[in-house]
Ligand binder design. Sequence first.
Ligand SMILES: [Zn+2]
Length: 328
Amino acid sequence: MQSTEAMTDLNSVSNEVLLVNIKKLSENERRITYEILLHLAEIERRRAYAKLGYPNLWEYTLKELKYSASAAYRRISAMRALNNNPELGEKIQNGALSISTVSQVQTFLRAERDQANKIYTKNQKSELFKKCENKSSREVTKELLTISPVAAIRVQKEREITENRTIISFVAEPNLLTKIYRVRDLSAARLRNPASYPELIDLMSEVTLDEIDPLRKPIRQTKPDKMLAPITSQPTSSVRHIPTSLRIKIWQKYEGRCAFVDAQTRKRCNSTFGLEIEHCKPHALGGSSTDEDNLRLLCKHHNQWQAIQTYGLDKMEPYLKSKDHCES
Ligand SMILES: [Zn+2]
């Protein structure tokens, strides 16, 4: 709208011009924000961030687009709300709903789904967004609290307090508490009495990792196990054809990290999330499942990216949509 040089002359413009200008600028800002949400949605649909070596949209928005964690969170969560409720677009642009309100409501709806098994209909969602129009963040919180006191607060938190200490808090349901107490009782001989939560979680993690972490498996194992079983919901999955010993070898070769490398920048993804073994030449197209050189380890999103390149977005989209790739 104005060049930087023109901006330095702001102290000589009249109040009227100043006030008109900032109004136009803020309208532009809302329009651009809306455009950004649409772009994020399309980038996610194509998994376009994966080509640059990012393991997910979240990392991409932080590192490539340089948003702070909270700004990235608000945008991704507002983008997901907009995906499901396109009518929000107009309200975001005219300022009736800020992206922080949209993100707040979206987070609330997720918490309702995850913590109370409560799924809102399209109409109920629209009503809820309508109730929150033109409200401050505090007023929105109040509105949500009256509907569901637990879901209205972000109960799951991870907060780094020093470089090597993090506070983790979450709400435990009675069922989970019973299991935690059972572990505590059964491991009383191995742990301090009473065992602390970090000790208990450490023990549970050790037992689980011994069971499911391919990096902890001896190479000579031949018995198939649950963790290394194929995920059969994608047409690309032919992991079942790979001998278990070879699967473990591939995991160890790539040190349990995604092997995807951006051809231009040579940036390797290295993500450890949702790793699967991928055939460089797909099994369906005659690629070998026993040739080590045809196999590599990819994270969930790079597997999806590779599948889109091989089979096309149209064919893959139903499979990708059925998965909740929401990490925000
Ligand atoms: Zn990856």
